[in-house]
Write a protein that binds this ligand. Structure first.
Ligand SMILES: C[S@@+](CC[C@H](N)C(=O)[O-])C[C@H]1O[C@@H](n2cnc3c(N)ncnc32)[C@H](O)[C@@H]1O
Length: 145
């Protein structure tokens, strides 16, 4: 169940997305741009190993640090939910070699596809919740070179 306050947010952590992340994460998860830490806490409660980083947020469970700091942490799955618009997310993706990347975003389509050149999309879910309506969550897997 989503708490009532979560319904007001843009990217609520629904049961469906928790299942999605559990299915597609491989190894420890690093969340970049973890915001208030809702995703870190919900995924930890669901039994996943996850660390969340954000330079400007001090939510419970969130460590202070940008994507470069986050990339130094031990983790093989990148989680980025509703990253800032613009090219920054390309730097997040490129900050290390990830086995899996899970991206949530509000726009109709990705505008940074080339950052994912060495990854293939394995799943794509349109999540119904959120103050501005549905948001997408996609899972990508690294293609062995
Ligand atoms: C639109 S918010 C999304 C927050 C959260 N993921 C959510 O879904 O509620 C984007 C977040 O990215 C963070 N951010 C911006 N630049 C960053 C960087 N270089 N490294 C890590 N996080 C960054 C911001 O502080 C902000 O919390």
């Amino acid at each position: 169940m989503i708490p009532d306050y979560d319904q007001q947010l843009l990217s609520p952590v629904t049961d469906q997305v928790v299942v999605f992340v559990k299915r597609h994460a491989s190894g420890p998860i690093i969340e970049i741009g973890a915001g208030d830490g809702r995703w870190v806490r919900a995924l930890r409660d669901a039994g996943l190993t996850i660390r969340g980083f954000d330079p400007w947020s001090s939510g419970d469970g969130v460590e202070t640090g940008d994507h470069l700091e986050a990339a130094k942490a031990d983790g093989t799955t990148l989680l980025a939910i509703w990253p800032p618009d613009g090219p920054l997310v390309q730097a997040w993706i490129g900050s290390k070699v990830w086995d899996r990347i899970i991206l949530g975003y509000q726009r109709g389509r990705l505008n940074f596809d080339h950052a994912l050149d060495s990854y293939e999309m394995v799943d794509d879910l349109l999540e119904g919740g959120g103050k501005k309506g549905p948001y997408r969550i996609q899972a990508w897997r690294r293609v062995p070179s």
